[in-house]
Design a protein around this ligand. Structure first.
Ligand code: CAA
Length: 502
């Protein structure tokens, strides 16, 4: 028997729940939105009004369509009003005892044929299902923030889900204009398992002092073309949610990558939860951010470049066009750059061993060009602030965004990217999801320009494997060791991951 879903209940009208209610109402379904009390209900109603008003302001929707959409949503504080709905999607806070209480209520209230879905980001759908007398009719239906915009829905079936139900929920997601990816019940599913590892890693790099919040955000947004840097995204998701998801991931995986970074706990304890409270990594109060005064700069007329190949030739040409003289040295003989005002060593690996071979070690920085918009500028422990500042300015003159960082393997972008790609390889190797589904999930759930396997193939398996080896040698973090499958594909000379996984 194929079900029809026409009337849907959404419990919890916070950021996610209100967005989910909007998605159903946009698909012309009747929605009953439930909140715990009048104040929360009013916040949910305002959220829906604001979100749809934005669509009207952008000519994406007429005022008549907006009022028809809002007219399809009934607001209530009584769960009992869900007696006749075909489906309930729960979007309340990520606390198992709240979910258990709600699902046993829903089980009692809703008609026997109703499907109960949870939008949990990470909790066990199986454990939630087990609190009801209809575990076969309980699934995960996981939307992404902002729900009206992001095109992915993860559909989670458990070992007890009725045959065919996950497929029906996937069809429903298509009717909502979304792309479903159907997977089993593991902490974090596809997206959060990969995304939160990366976001938590960014917090770790910030705490280690490798680079600043703004530099890391700029590096990932401009260097990789992601819609947001990690700290902007953490603030969007909510630092409390991010912390909770990491906790749950860690509990299941025991992978230190998922152990919540202390800075997350600190923000959460202080009540600074991100955009929703007006402050997290960033402050969302009115007023322009203050731009720090630039520090003292070394005067530059001659730039020394250490390196070889087309990147060096391109840099020399760009410097020449900007009115600077350049002199080039190979790593084996640094004599030609000995008297340069600043020395940039093109590298994605530590450069301090080059600095110590110069009579002016304070003049050397590492420079890593990322894509065509970003240049990472790595200061060694010997680099002077005047030199680092001068190279930062030079990079700006060359129309790239400078990212200041410490002298560490893979600097910022690749240090964050490669372990994420490694995690994706491990996920395929474990049989949890296919490379194609993972690529779709990351593109549509997070707005990434490409999925991890598309990125892996365009960078090259060997380069990523070698980068991971360098990261492992530097940080000794077990999860940075290349996944055995990646290593084997490189050894076997397989040209790309998708060629193997097809
Ligand atoms: N509600 C409704 N619509 C919204 C919106 C919101 N909160 N925010 C933006 N939009 C709409 C805008 O109206 C606009 O629509 P049109 O193109 O139809 O005019 C569109 O989205 C683009 O918005 P903007 O131009 O204002 O802003 P932008 O281009 O910077 O995009 C963004 C904003 C869509 C949020 C984009 O930055 C993005 O994709 N960021 C990544 C978000 C992400 O990774 N989400 C997943 C988080 S993980 C998660 O949610 C799972 C979990 O369990 C933790």
């Amino acid at each position: 028997m194929t079900r029809t879903f026409e009337t849907v209940g959404v419990v919890g009208l916070g950021t996610m729940g209100a967005g989910i209610a909007e998605v159903f109402a946009r698909a012309e379904m009747s929605v009953i939105g439930v909140e715990a009390d009048e104040a929360a209900l009013e916040r949910g109603r305002r959220h829906l009004e604001t979100s749809t008003a934005r669509a009207v302001a952008r000519d994406r929707m007429s005022a008549e369509q907006q009022s028809a959409l809002l007219g399809r949503i009934t607001f209530t504080t009584s769960r009992e009003d869900l007696a006749d709905v075909d489906l309930v999607v729960e979007a309340i806070p990520e606390l198992m005892e709240y979910k258990r209480g709600l699902f046993s209520d829903l089980d009692r209230i809703c008609k026997p044929s109703a499907v109960l879905a949870t939008n949990t980001s990470s909790l066990s759908v199986t454990a939630i299902a087990a609190t009801t007398s209809r575990p076969a009719q309980v699934v995960g239906m996981h939307f992404f923030n902002p729900a009206p915009v992001m095109r992915l829905v993860e559909v989670i079936g458990t070992v007890v889900t009725e045959d065919g139900l996950a497929g029906e929920i996937a069809d429903l997601a298509r009717r909502l204009g979304k792309t479903p990816v159907t997977v089993g019940d593991r902490a974090g599913f596809v997206v959060n398992r990969l995304l939160l590892g990366y976001l938590n890693h960014a917090c770790g790099l910030l705490e280690s002092g490798l680079a600043s919040r703004d530099d890391i955000d700029a590096a990932m947004k401009l260097g990789l073309g992601l819609p947001m840097g990690p700290f902007t995204l953490l603030d969007l998701i909510g630092l409390d949610t991010s912390y909770e998801v990491c906790e749950v991931l860690f509990r299941e995986s025991r992978d230190p990558r998922h152990a919540p970074a202390p800075v997350l706990r600190e923000f959460v304890t202080a009540g600074l939860l991100g955009r929703k409270t007006g402050r997290g990594f960033y402050s969302y109060a009115e007023g322009a951010p203050t731009v720090p005064e630039p520090g003292p700069r070394a005067a530059v007329s001659m730039v020394g470049i250490v390196g070889s190949g087309p990147e060096v030739a391109g840099l020399v040409a760009d410097l020449d066009a900007a009115g600077f003289k350049a002199t080039v040295a190979e790593r084996s003989d640094l004599t030609p750059v000995a008297d340069a005002d600043v020395v940039v060593a093109l590298s994605d690996r530590p450069v301090v061993e080059l600095a110590v071979r110069l009579s002016h070690p304070e003049r050397l920085v590492g420079l890593h060009l990322v894509g065509d918009r970003v240049a990472e500028v790595a200061s060694t422990v010997l680099t002077s602030e005047e030199v680092a500042g001068a190279v930062q300015d030079l990079v700006t003159v060359l129309r790239r965004t400078p990212v200041r960082c410490g002298d560490r393997a893979e600097m910022v972008v690749d240090a964050l990217l490669y372990p994420y790609l490694n995690d994706a390889v491990r996920m395929v190797d474990s049989g949890y999801a296919t490379a194609g589904d993972i690529d779709d999930a990351m593109r549509l759930g997070c707005g990434y320009p490409a999925g991890p396997f598309e990125m892996l193939d365009s960078i090259g398996l060997e380069r990523v494997r070698d980068g991971l080896r360098a990261l492992y040698a530097e940080y000794r973090e077990p999860s940075f060791a290349p996944a055995p499958l990646l290593d084997q594909l490189v050894t076997a000379g397989v040209p790309g991951f998708r060629a193997y996984a097809r």
